[in-house]
Design a binder for this molecule. Sequence first.
Ligand SMILES: Nc1ncnc2c1ncn2[C@@H]1O[C@H](COP(=O)(O)OP(=O)(O)O)[C@@H](O)[C@H]1O
Ligand SMILES: [Mg+2]
Length: 481
Amino acid sequence: MEAMREGSTGSVPVGLTGAGPAVRHATGGAGSQPRVVAVGGEDFDRLCRWILPRVESVLNGMVLMKSPEHLQLLADKTVAVCRQAGLNLDSDTWAALLQHLQAELVGYGPIDPLLEDDTITEVMVNGPNEVYIERGGKITRADVRFRDDDHVIRVIQRIVQPLGRRIDRTHPMVDARLPDGSRVNAIIPPCAIDGPSITIRKFGKKKFTAEDLVRLQSLTPEMVEFLKACVDARLNIVVSGGTGSGKTTLLNVLSSFIPNDERIVTIEDSAELRLHQTHVVRLEAVPGEEDGTGRVTIRDLVRNALRMRPDRIVVGECRGGEALDMLQAMNTGHDGSLTTIHANSPRDAVARLETLVLMAGMDLPVRAIRQQIASAVDLIVQQARLRDGSRKVVQVTEVQGMEGDTVIMQDVFVFHELGIGEDGKVIGVMKGTGIRPKFTSKLEAAGHKLGAEIFQAEYRYGVQPEPMAGPKSNGNGNGRH
Ligand SMILES: Nc1ncnc2c1ncn2[C@@H]1O[C@H](COP(=O)(O)OP(=O)(O)O)[C@@H](O)[C@H]1O
Ligand SMILES: [Mg+2]
């Protein structure tokens, strides 16, 4: 930041030659006296368009990072370009111009401020004129736009170039990550019909703890106690949910319950998990080249992990043939494994697992696959993003086994949505079903004797409108009954 301020005092000669943009003279009149100019509105946009290629050309292809040295360099080069053009900007205009150039050449263009804003969790660019953001679980339109398709593509290039990847008409899709770990997908014409599209899932700097999730009313303290016991007792757990429902966040919390003396191997597409245990080996898939060279899949990593003497395998998400290897591992002594899957209910999660196993290319009869799932998976935790943007565990379901061709499941905790309050927040009840899971003996063997109250506790979330008469309702929205 200091660099910017220093730059802003750099004095730039006055007077604009024909090469420059039209500027409104804020101070001083015509004549040969040096004068400082302020540039605003459309003229400022013109100034930006005019100066960007010139600064780029003096930078001579150098890729700038957000370091003080590079920011200073950018300020110096910009001063030089202004000086050469005989342009002396007032300090406000200068600061705005430098900010624009930093966003374009050091950051990610118009979306740079959105990426810097920690309260924003997702940034979605649908062509140059539409940018949406997610904040507090709510999606809204952001007040920024790109000049045109090329401008969006420029930003995509800035993201992928440092990673040695490319995007163009013959490679119109790319997955990448920002230096801070945020996940990026970009897709451009001809695949993206309405213009280049960027989707950025920001890497939450904040790591949620179990206590945070309770405070956010995503689950109850009793559910935490139950899940803690399940992880400690080495049950195999699948977190199920839609995109952005909080699966990875919950997986991270569940992983935090793994005892510190166990050897954990984590496997992810892009490393998001942050475990506090000391004995952790983190593995990450590699996309590789278009033709497959250099590609390392999640499945390759799961297979490799089995040879690494893991006590626990934590797989970020099962979305392919690795599901089969996971199930086999779970069934052959590598219990206590954790993973997530994209599904809308526990029942759907089982169906999805079936599909994924079929994708593994083994010619197994469906019933045999189902059998494997039923015996491997102990618990499915269903996570959801509700209408008000909040995330909740909406079902904790035991997988009990098979009856005929059907996988038998039993809910242990459920969330019932009752409506929407005047404040726009979902009203609902989160409660234990009162039914003890069949694996209770496993929990007890591991030293976890859970009282009946764990399975019966009931919480009401959200504020219901005050009734006209009668007993006062519990106003804190988090009452235990
Ligand atoms: N329980 C929660 N309450 C509020 N926000 C949450 C919760 N869980 C996750 N989030 C936020 O939701 C977003 C998506 O979470 P993530 O765990 O990455 O979802 P998924 O893995 O299902 O795609 C992140 O920004 C995360 O910080
Ligand atoms: Mg995830």
